[in-house]
Design a protein around this ligand. Sequence first.
Ligand code: BMA
Length: 352
Amino acid sequence: MRNIVLGTIMAATSLMTSALTPAENLKARLAESAASRQVMFGHHDDPVYGHTWNGDEGRSDVKETVGAYPAVMSWDLGGIENSDANNLDGVSFDRMRREIAAQDARGGVNTFSWHLRNAVTDADSWTTADSLAVSRLVNTEEGRAAYMRQLDRLADFFLSLNDAEGNRIGVIFRPWHEHTGGWFWWGAPNCSVDDYIALWTMMRERFNERGVDNVVWAYSPDRCQSVAQYMERYPGDEYVDILGADVYHFNGSEGLAQYMADATRTLNIAAREAKKRGKIVAFTETGSESLPMAGWYTEVLLPILKANPVCYVTVWRNAHDNPNHFYTPWPGHPAANDFKEFYHNPVTKFAK
Ligand code: BMA
């Protein structure tokens, strides 16, 4: 009897999970994790290079410091739009694919940003002088065709992410990020509301046509002053699954009050809007470059995470070729012990 019941439950469960797309499965996992009130910790490019190494296998500044990989691996797809072999920071897309599968196999999650080049001008993401940079992509025939070619290469990449059994891996994608700031050509001062939203809708429609069923979509503005600013360029509930915030801590202890205020306000807005819309909240990018405050992880970030529950938090990369560009410590760094404490805190979750 017990076996029959168990068998029926197992059959029903497998029917349920197989009926879900990889994206729907991941969304359910994220919602479940968020409900546990634990925050998954994420780090950009974590297993492919670190402060003093590049390209080694089986390494991670995070794992070497606390004993576990981050629960979330963050990656950037800049370069995929031109079929480059490596992304803009020199990470090979083949290696990335392998690490994504490894992260999935250890029960972790993968998330992507896209510092792409403009499809018409080939200018990099930070070239903002051209006020028609977005308009041309969405309002001219030539621009739309070039944008579609980029989207097809991006779709090919997502469609190529498989686990060892050949099942597609569900991942998070947060295109057109930090658009409330002015440093990217898709930023608010550089394009109209309608044109920004068109970037999203064209992308989603193309991905649907291409059968991309493994992407969970995150909206990640930079710090916002108001709900109106946060929502001004929101593409719509049918396009977004996660409401995020990218807010960095600049200037160490001098900038602390500003960071706390900006992070709290922006995460609050994201949480309120997410609740109304049944979405997941995430701290999609943060960090304090060079960690000038050795207690940053437990004294600054942790209180923010406790006061503003999010599904995950991601910090940026530990560059191997720029000694001051890092966001997690490594063994022996003055912030290493504090980071270990952060790891042991029951609020945080790493891949185990
Ligand atoms: C920035 C810096 C750059 C990098 C870019 C894209 O924040 O880390 O060095 O090229 O992100 O990853």
